[in-house]
Design a protein around this ligand. Structure first.
Ligand code: ZN
Length: 271
């Protein structure tokens, strides 16, 4: 999500891998969100990436990529599949669905929601045995949600598994003012990463520059009933984000400050 300056070094430092299946979501065309993208693409080419790379972003992103990679003679070793951001469902991969909503910033900007696909329900081996399904390949088929044939009978996975389990949902605001539309968009998500450029006392600056304060982020998280909030994009005027986190926690206790290399485990909704 977004590619700030030096992103390729962060990708390497955190062992993400340059050849993996990857979808890059760019929220808007401001330098601190996009200037690292070319470096990342170049590093991927040096590593001889072959797999196509999905990039989602505002329409001008593709134009910028084409012009700059032409001018700088960047020959990519892999194809780019570009998806133009617009409100609604954008992309379905094997494991995820990606949706976008309009963000309220000084330039065209989008917020994203990454939704993990629902997993098949819990498998009950006793039920499968009772129906005469032999252990092995057929069990694993049923576990993956596919019907099987035993002695001419079709056994549906629903007869040997529990209800499907909901996938996890992660939201990312990019730079934005808060809005009721965004609260609806992020409703109930398991982790929300939200713009928190300013402290509440600098609210006028947040309005002027089309960003959010930590308190506005917390209010939106509370309205949207998200499970957890990670504040990000802190202005350099604050020496540490801890005071912003404290302000936010008064409204939404389950708040942390995002930081380079921070790892958060996201639990499955009902577990
Ligand atoms: Zn911006």
């Amino acid at each position: 999500m977004d590619c700030g300056e030096g992103v390729q070094r962060q990708v390497l430092a955190h062992g993400i891998g340059l050849g993996k299946d990857m979808t890059i979501l760019v929220t808007h065309l401001h330098g601190d969100h996009v200037s690292g993208l070319l470096g990342l693409l170049q590093t991927m080419s040096l590593a001889q990436r072959r797999k196509p790379l999905d990039i989602v972003g505002p329409p001008k992103l593709l134009k910028w990529l084409k012009v700059t990679s032409d001018l700088l003679h960047i020959g990519l070793t892999f194809p780019i599949r570009f998806t133009q951001a617009k409100p609604g469902s954008l992309l379905r991969t094997e494991g995820f669905r990606i949706r976008a909503a309009k963000a309220l910033h000084s330039v065209e900007a989008y917020a994203y929601l990454v939704e993990e696909r629902a997993r098949p329900g819990v498998f009950y081996p006793e039920k499968a045995k009772r129906l005469g399904v032999p252990e092995g390949k057929l069990w694993s088929k049923l576990q993956k949600g596919r019907p099987v044939k035993v002695d001419g009978r079709i056994i549906h996975p629903s007869t040997v598994t529990g209800p499907p389990r909901t996938g996890r949902r992660i939201g990312y605001s990019g730079d934005t003012r808060p809005s009721p539309g965004l609260a609806r968009f992020f409703s109930g998500c398991d982790l929300l990463i939200f713009d928190s450029t300013f402290s509440a006392k600098d609210g006028d600056k947040a309005r002027e520059r089309m960003h959010s304060t930590c308190v506005e982020a917390a209010q939106l998280a509370s309205r949207a009933r998200v499970k957890r909030l990670a504040l990000t994009h802190f202005s350099a005027r604050y020496t540490s984000p801890s005071s912003l986190v404290r302000e936010a926690r008064k409204i939404f206790p389950s708040t942390v400050a995002a930081a380079d290399g921070l790892t958060l485990d996201v639990d499955y909704p009902s577990e």
